[in-house]
Design a protein around this ligand. Sequence first.
Ligand code: SF4
Length: 350
Amino acid sequence: MKSGILNHSADELKAILKEAGIPTFRASQIWEWIYRFGKTSFHDMTNIGKLLQGRLDEMFYIYRPQVINTAKSSDGTIKFLLRLSDTSTIECVYIPDVKRKTICVSSQVGCAMGCKFCSTGRLGFVRNLSAEEIISQFLIVKDYTNMWGCDDRLSNIVFMGMGEPLLNHQNVLRAIYNVMLDTEAGLSRRKITVSTCGISPIIRKISKELPCRLAVSLHAPNDEIRSSIMPINNTYNIASILDACKEYYSHHKFLKITFEYLLINGINDSKSCAIELRDLLKPLNAKVNLLRFNEWSGCEFKTSTGMKIQTFANVLKECDVEVSIRTRRGADIMAACGQLSSGNINSHAI
Ligand code: SF4
């Protein structure tokens, strides 16, 4: 039976080839064709002889999901609706701007975390994505934007799409290592961000091997507010998350921990919330990204006003907490933060 080559690490691929009596230097040639030139057929790998192409074709397949639909925002953001082999659907989002070209990838079909502001949370959990299903989102965007074999390249990957990446950390880590290992078209660890709603024991468990940036979706300055909008806080509270973050930071002193804070009108956007958040994060080498809440049909929450967001940012800045107000992208195609729900691509978008 064929195996999905994207599911294998570079070392595994070498071991499989060796076992089959194929010279291991072929692994780096194959790797380059797949990750640098985007080939989906071994028969297009021109420095590999016909006989070996045929053998490889019998051993492996190179996975791509089916693109069911795409939606392009007026700001250039593109949302992809993808159908997987078992007919499950997921979304990923391509966000180009002047300085960077970012892809927001999903790590699960649905999500079990049930954050009240998030459209994905309403779907419930279906299953984890395999490494090839995660990597293929990156490859599909490169296919679609003609980014193969040229200087134009994706510059950033954020695991902020559908699902909680730390609850699928084996496959997420495998995908990250595969993409980073591709030195030609690969990405540096500073350009990859894994965003979590705060699964403290797993932050601790993988803090050493997680090779990239960590972002924590905090969204509240205290447990009372956080538990009211993020049920997971009843299991892993803010103190446990901050402790786990300190452990991550002890292994990655050159990387700042980012805290994402979604401002929801009347819930967590008051001046007193800002003061509480500032006091909480002051001892950490942290950065805060303030996000505007993106409204979606069926959700009771409303977006904070621009003035409230600026006041909130000013309070944090007064005490030298690094803060930025993130530009909303793709809201008109439901591709913005919290709006992904695999299926509403015509009506809706980070
Ligand atoms: Fe899941 Fe993230 Fe949505 Fe929370 S915000 S429900 S963790 S996808």
